[in-house]
Write a protein that binds this ligand. Structure first.
Ligand code: ZN
Length: 300
């Protein structure tokens, strides 16, 4: 992720150069397809709404002419700006930065003022908005696009709010954007599968811990009965019986004062309450006792 951000910063610095030298943007191209009157408005917008941005770049051009040192300084400033811009947009794992403001900056289009609209987010899930640049970007193309570094949705952003909807729709139709969307969906799918696998793993571990806690209590009851030489079985072990036998009655007694046993429901195949389970645990206890006695004899 870090290397990507770094490359993007460097790239943004160079695209600013291209913009200065008169390179057209996607927004301008889309505007050119909509008629001559709109072209006039587009030029008007360029002469007004974007003037503050252009003036900054013009100042930078002067610096470049004054010497190599200042040119390097200008590059640094641009790179710093690019870093700020990148941090302003969504990261790969977080998705697009669809920031919703009560009011977006307005740009003058002849007599009317226009701005970005938060409603566009609901129509274009890939759309994101940079507050620092007052421009729209395509999250999908930025993160998963290939060979589209010169697209305005990736580099400088789109801020032609008058024709924004047309530009967004045109962008959605491009093969490069569609390809990037496939990449984005694949990424989300892999991520969600990873999360599900992680949740399953955690749930499995939690289940193991609970079963161990349950079994510890069953073994404790069996050890007590074995140690005291008390018979396990009863004459009538049915749940309705008043006396189910020492083992079930002891388990019920522990359960009466143990919140864990009260809340825990053992799986039907792992209750460890059946006679065969009892015998198996008794055999394990006997084996441990035998090993312990043998060890004592060896030490003697
Ligand atoms: Zn795109």
């Amino acid at each position: 992720m870090f290397s990507f951000v770094f490359k993007y910063c460097i790239y943004n610095a160079f695209t600013e150069d291209e913009k200065q030298s008169g390179g057209g943007g996607a927004g301008e191209d889309a505007g050119g397809q909509s008629g001559q009157s709109e072209d006039v408005e587009e030029r008007d917008r360029q002469e007004t709404g974007e003037r503050h941005e252009d003036s900054t770049e013009t100042d930078m051009s002067v610096e470049e002419d004054t010497g190599q040192t200042q040119g390097a300084r200008r590059k640094t400033i641009q790179t710093e700006n690019a870093v700020r811009d990148v941090s302003d947009l969504g990261q790969k794992c977080d998705g697009p930065n669809q920031v919703k403001l009560s009011e977006y900056p307005q740009q003058r289009f002849r007599v009317r003022k226009r701005s970005f609209s938060a409603n566009w987010f609901s129509h274009f899930p890939w759309l994101e908005y940079s507050v620092s640049k007052d421009a729209a970007f395509c999250f999908s193309c930025r993160m998963f696009g290939r060979n589209i570094r010169h697209d305005n949705f990736v580099s400088t952003g789109v801020s032609n709010w008058k024709k924004a909807l047309d530009i967004f729709k045109e962008h959605e139709k491009t093969p490069a954007h569609r390809s990037s969307m496939i990449g984005w969906h694949s990424f989300k799918s892999c991520t969600s599968h990873g999360i599900v696998a992680e949740q399953l793993h955690s749930a499995h571990e939690a289940e193991i811990i609970e079963r161990r806690k349950y079994l510890t209590r069953i073994v404790a009851v069996i050890k007590f009965l074995v140690k005291q030489g008390i018979p396990f079985r009863g004459h009538n072990e049915a749940i309705s019986s008043n006396n189910q036998g020492n083992f079930p009655e002891c388990v019920n007694l522990v359960k009466e004062f143990d919140p864990f046993l009260q809340s825990y429901t053992a799986p039907s195949h792992s209750t460890y309450l059946s006679p065969s389970s009892q015998n198996e645990i008794i055999e394990c206890c006997a084996e441990e006792v035998s090993v312990s006695i043998a060890s004592e004899i060896k030490r003697a």
